[in-house]
Design a protein around this ligand. Sequence first.
Ligand SMILES: Nc1ncnc2c1ncn2[C@@H]1O[C@H](COP(=O)(O)OP(=O)(O)OP(=O)(O)O)[C@@H](O)[C@H]1O
Length: 589
Amino acid sequence: MKLDQYINPATFHSQNLLRSYAHLLNSAGDQKGKLLVRLGLAAISALLFGISIALLYPFFISLETGSTDAYWALGKIIVLLLIAILLRMQAETYDTKGYSNLAIHQLRTELGEKLRRVPLVLLSGLRSGEINAVLVQSINEAAGFAFTLMNIIVHALCIPLGAVLALLFLDGGGRFALLICLLLPLIAPLYLWRRKAFRRGFSILAEANSRLKAEAVEFTQGLTVLKSTQQLSSKQNQFNQVAEDVAKIQQIGTKKGEIPNLIITSSVQFALLVILLLGSIWVITGSSHWLMLATIMILIARVSDVLNFFVQMASLLEMFMISSEKLAALMALPELSQKQAETLPTSYDICYENVHFTYPQQKTAVLNQIDFCLPEKTLTAFVGSSGCGKSTLLKLLLRHGDPEQGRITIGGVDIRHMSQSQLMSLISVVFQDVYLFQDSVLNNIRMAKPDADDKAVIEAAKLAQCHDFISQLPQGYATQVSDIGTNFSGGEKQRLAIARAILKDAPILLLDEPTAALDTYNELAVQQALNALVKDKTILIIAHRLSTIVAANQIYVLDKGYIAEQGTHPQLLAKQGIYARFWQKRERL
Ligand SMILES: Nc1ncnc2c1ncn2[C@@H]1O[C@H](COP(=O)(O)OP(=O)(O)OP(=O)(O)O)[C@@H](O)[C@H]1O
């Protein structure tokens, strides 16, 4: 297995330590202030804890000498420990009071908002499973561990620091303080080396996991198609392969992680052993008190625990970094400019002015020199062979992306100078793939106009020829779409989409010829529904069957992204060009 296939160059690059920690802090978003305060409390608590260990020395001495100072020394230790515990409990409120959950929620909302502003043509190039993985898992990892991780780091630094500071003031403690200061920082290069290895491993695992999720989403969503095309087993093999890779990567990661882990924890133990050895020599030679060594041994046991825990948990930092980079990559996607038009257009003629458009994932333009004006309240049909750019032409009017050259206007207003919701208030869409949400049938229609009352929704359903089949559902309009799953026929879904459009009653209507794939009964019903919808609208229709657009006010024939011909049906037939050939061919079928 080639691990490199799972290295995503967009998200994998090494991060210096300080930047990683800054990232960690910033992941708290608006909760950053609360996080900083609590980290401050955790740091003071750890310092006090370190100091209280060092204060064991005067306590031991007073015990040995039988001095009454023992109570005073013990009292100081107990008070310090109590304050440390209280501060630590207060610090933990970052998680227990739900601030980390607020940070997660904020990040998720920000990403949701961001995805709304990213051109759909860009998002459609990403696999939905991978976006899900970021929205659900990466965000949890990116914001949920901020306090835990920083708290571990704070403890690993502040407990030895507190002890060292206190030792400096104790009789004979200075040399131990110096020794700790000399030896413990030597672990830093080992930590950095281990970090690099872990980072690569985690990056590969994260990428493989996110591909596995994407495969799982595609596999479950595409079950019907896969079965009908007998591709089920080949897709399943593909899924199994990625799942197997994930398992192997985890195995390799565990093995590879074990050695650096062992080396670094052994080094911590070794450094502490050196302190112990030298301390023993100092005691034997009489230059240090044996009770100082006993205190240092207690300190060593505690510091060794804290450092080992830090080493074990520091891999969480790599997981965090991978997740936050995935998040950052989505957050860095370019956005469509959003402007709020002061006045909305009052006429609905639509002009494409010398429009050129290239999909972000492609090199050559899909649309070139598209230049036309469609008078309002007319019906315009677009025809052309598959892939010539008809759908893209309509998607640009919906601002799934902006042309790299030229502009599109409605009633003279550049659509880039309107907000997305202003633009959408002008346009209804009936495309072939109708998406029904996990909600009641009533609400699925109402979503086109959320403030519509039930009566208006049912009226629209009646006009769209939906009322009869909805009335036969177990709970009529209240039936949940999830309860009946995909039981709606293609024609019924089309009519539900038409009901939405009738309810919305927008002045512009985009149709991807809805009757193209229907049987005669459904075609008739959808045609009747359409008749109720199209009155007095500016209509742009992608025509798959030319017989339905004979009466169109104008027909544009697209060829390889250019407008090749234009005119009415009789004019185009007279031209004896592409349209005439289409017509002859299709009429013969
Ligand atoms: N999201 C996308 N990303 C990249 N390329 C795309 C995308 N959508 C469409 N294309 C490409 O753009 C070209 C035009 O596609 P479009 O869907 O506009 O054609 P069409 O004329 O509507 O085809 P059809 O009649 O088959 O629906 C095709 O080559 C298609 O592969």
